[in-house]
Design a protein around this ligand. Structure first.
Ligand SMILES: Nc1ncnc2c1ncn2[C@@H]1O[C@H](COP(=O)(O)OP(=O)(O)OP(=O)(O)O)[C@@H](O)[C@H]1O
Ligand SMILES: [Mg+2]
Length: 504
C-alpha cells in the first residue's frame, strides 16, 4: 500500500477557534481503495479535520495534497471539483427543495440558454437513487423525508461525480440496519473503484468490519495510525482516551421500589399494539428491537406527542391522560429524544441556557440570583457529563456532535423527572463518554428514578438494563427479568422468533 500515491494527504494542519485549538498539527493520508477510519473522543477534531479537507474551513497552517499535487481548498464546490466529496455529520440539506435539487445543488444540469434541464436532472438523480435502493424518488421534497432518508440524500450527493476521495462523517448514526447494509455495499463499490474513503464513526464493530486502517486523534493531536487487522478495541480506546475502560458493572442487586409508571394495553394505530409493562423506581428497563419496532412511538405517546388509540397509562396509581409534553413534564415524565437537532436544542443559544431553559420559571427570584443559579446548574452537568466547551457562553451549534448530545441529556436531567425516558442516548457519543452516560443512568436509578432506555445497540441494552423488553413489529415479544437474558434469546425475540407473544 505504501508504494502507492495517496489519494489524499494532509500535512501538519493547524486550525483554531476562539478558545479552542481544534487541530494542533495533524497529518493524515488515505490511499486509493482504502477505507481509513478516523477516531477520537467527542471534540477531538475529526469533523474539523475533514471540514478543512472539504474546503469548509481554512487552516492557519499546513498543506493539502490530492494525488500528491498541492491544493488549496477554498470551498466545498471547489473540493468537489478536485474529486473530494463529503457526507456531513449534521445534515445540511435544503428542506424546501426536491431530492434532485439537493443532490445537484449549485450544479443543476442546464440546457443551452441556461435553463435547468429538469428531465435530465430527475433522470440522473433517479439513477443514483436506484443504486441506493431507497423508497423515495428524485421529485420528493426533502422536508418530507425521515432523518434516515435525508442521510441517504447526503450520500446520493457524493455519488454524483467521479470522486477520488469520499469522507463519511458518522453516516450510520441514524440509519436502519437495512440502510446500513446498502451503505456498506456502496462503500465497497467505491473502494473497488479505487476511491480513497475516510470513515468517521464511534461504533467499534463497524470500524472493525469495514476499515483497513485506523488513525486516532486526541484533543486535536495526531496519536498514530494502526492496521485494523492488527489491533483491537482496547488498544484503540487506549489511544483515544489514554486509559482502558472497565466495562464491568457493579452487580449490586437493585433496590427496586414502587411502580412509578404502568401501561396497560396501550395501542397507537398500526404503530404499536397492546403494549403493557411497568417501570419501578430504582430500575432501568431497556427496550430493544430493530429500528421501526415501535419503541420511539411508545415513548412519544407517554410524553404526550401522540394520542393512543386505546389503552391506559398510570402514574403511581393515578390514571393519566397525557395530551402534550407540557403535561407530561408536569407529571414528572421526561423524554430525551432520538434526534437532537430537531427536538432537543436551540443551536444559536448558549450551552447554559439550553440546559436550564425548561426551568427558568423556577429560578426567577431576581435576574442576578437566577443567573448565578443557572451557571451553577450548568457547571454541575458539564462536570457530570464531561461536556467539552470553552465556556457556558459558547453557542451549542459550535460544539462537536457528541457534545451537543450531552447538552440534550443534561437539559432533561436538570428537570429532575420521576420517570426518565431516553431514546438512543449514546448515538454519536465516544466510547469513554458512553460508559459515563451508562453509569449516570445507573446512578439515576439508584437515586430512585425509573429509567426507560431505548437502544438499538445490544451491548448497550445488556449493559445498562436491569430488565429488557424486546419488541418486534409494534408488539412486545418477550420480557426478560433480572439475569434472564442471553444474547441469543434477545436476537430471536427482536426478529419475531421464539417470543412468547404477550409475556406477563
Ligand atoms: N465552528 C466552530 N466554532 C467554534 N468551535 C468549534 C467549531 N467547530 C468545532 N469547534 C470546536 O473544535 C473542537 C473539535 O470539534 P469537532 O467537531 O472537530 O470534534 P469531533 O471530533 O468531530 O467530535 P464528535 O465525535 O463529537 O463529532 C471542539 O472543541 C469544538 O467545540
Ligand atoms: Mg464530529
Amino acid at each position: 500500500m505504501t508504494d502507492q500515491t495517496p489519494a489524499l494527504r494532509l500535512e501538519n494542519i493547524v486550525k483554531t477557534f476562539p478558545g479552542v485549538r481544534a487541530l494542533g498539527g495533524v497529518s493524515f493520508e488515505v490511499f486509493p481503495g482504502e477505507v481509513h477510519a478516523l477516531m477520537g473522543e467527542n471534540g477531538a477534531g475529526k469533523s474539523t479535520l475533514m471540514k478543512v479537507l472539504g474546503g469548509i474551513y481554512q487552516p492557519e497552517e499546513g498543506r493539502i495534497f490530492v494525488e500528491e499535487v498541492q491544493t488549496v481548498m477554498t470551498s466545498p464546490l471547489q473540493a468537489k471539483a478536485k474529486g473530494v466529496m463529503f457526507i456531513h455529520q449534521e445534515l445540511s440539506l435544503a428542506e424546501e427543495l426536491s431530492v434532485a435539487e439537493n443532490v445537484y445543488l449549485g450544479e443543476l444540469p442546464r440546457k443551452s440558454f441556461g435553463r435547468v434541464d429538469w428531465a435530465r436532472l430527475y433522470a440522473q438523480t433517479d439513477e443514483i437513487l436506484d443504486r441506493l435502493k431507497v423508497s423515495f424518488n428524485a421529485r420528493t421534497r426533502v422536508g418530507d423525508l425521515s432523518i434516515a432518508n435525508q442521510q441517504m440524500v447526503e450520500i446520493a450527493r457524493a455519488l454524483t461525480v467521479e470522486a477520488k476521495a469520499v469522507i463519511f462523517d458518522e453516516p450510520t448514526a441514524s440509519l436502519t440496519d437495512a440502510e446500513k447494509v446498502v451503505l456498506f455495499d456502496v462503500i465497497s463499490d467505491l473502494r473497488a473503484d479505487g476511491v480513497g474513503i475516510v470513515y468517521i464513526s464511534h461504533r467499534m464493530e463497524e470500524i472493525f468490519k469495514i476499515t483497513d486502517r485506523i488513525s486516532v486523534l486526541r484533543d486535536g493531536e495526531y496519536r498514530g495510525t494502526l492496521v485494523t487487522a492488527e489491533t483491537d478495541e482496547d488498544e484503540i480506546t487506549q489511544m483515544m482516551i489514554g486509559r482502558s475502560l472497565d466495562l464491568s458493572r457493579n452487580a449490586a442487586p437493585v433496590e427496586v421500589g414502587e411502580v412509578a409508571l404502568r401501561v396497560e394495553g396501550l395501542s397507537c394505530g398500526d404503530l404499536f399494539q397492546d403494549v403493557s409493562f411497568e417501570l419501578r423506581q430504582g430500575e432501568v428497563v431497556g427496550f430493544y428491537g430493530l429500528v421501526g419496532a415501535g419503541r420511539t412511538e411508545i415513548a412519544e405517546t407517554l410524553f404526550g406527542l401522540r394520542t393512543p388509540s386505546s389503552g391506559r397509562i398510570f402514574l403511581k396509581d393515578e390514571e393519566l391522560k397525557i395530551s402534550s409534553p407540557i403535561e407530561a413534564i408536569g407529571h414528572g415524565i421526561s423524554l430525551v429524544p432520538e434526534s437532537r437537532k430537531e427536538q432537543g436544542l436551540i443551536l444559536g443559544m448558549n450551552c447554559r441556557d439550553n440546559i436550564t431553559l425548561p426551568q427558568v420559571d423556577d429560578m426567577t427570584a431576581g435576574p442576578f440570583v437566577a443567573d448565578g443559579a443557572e451557571v451553577a446548574i450548568f457547571d454541575q452537568y458539564r462536570d457530570r457529563l464531561q461536556i467539552k466547551t470553552p465556556s457556558w457562553r459558547t453557542s451549542v451549534g459550535s460544539l462537536s456532535g457528541g457534545n451537543q448530545q450531552k447538552i440534550v441529556i443534561g437539559k432533561w436531567l436538570a428537570m429532575r423527572p420521576d420517570v426518565l425516558i431516553v431514546d438512543e442516548p449514546t448515538r454519536g457519543i465516544d466510547v469513554g463518554s458512553k460508559s459515563e452516560i451508562h453509569n449516570l443512568l445507573r446512578d439515576l436509578a439508584a437515586q430512585g428514578y425509573a429509567v426507560m432506555v431505548i437502544s438499538s445497540e445490544m451491548p448497550e441494552v445488556l449493559h445498562v438494563s436491569d430488565r429488557i423488553i424486546a419488541m418486534y413489529h409494534g408488539r412486545i415479544m418477550r420480557k426478560f427479568g433480572v439475569g434472564e437474558v442471553t444474547e441469543d434469546s434477545l436476537v430471536q425475540a427482536i426478529s419475531g422468533i421464539g417470543g412468547d407473544g404477550q409475556a406477563a
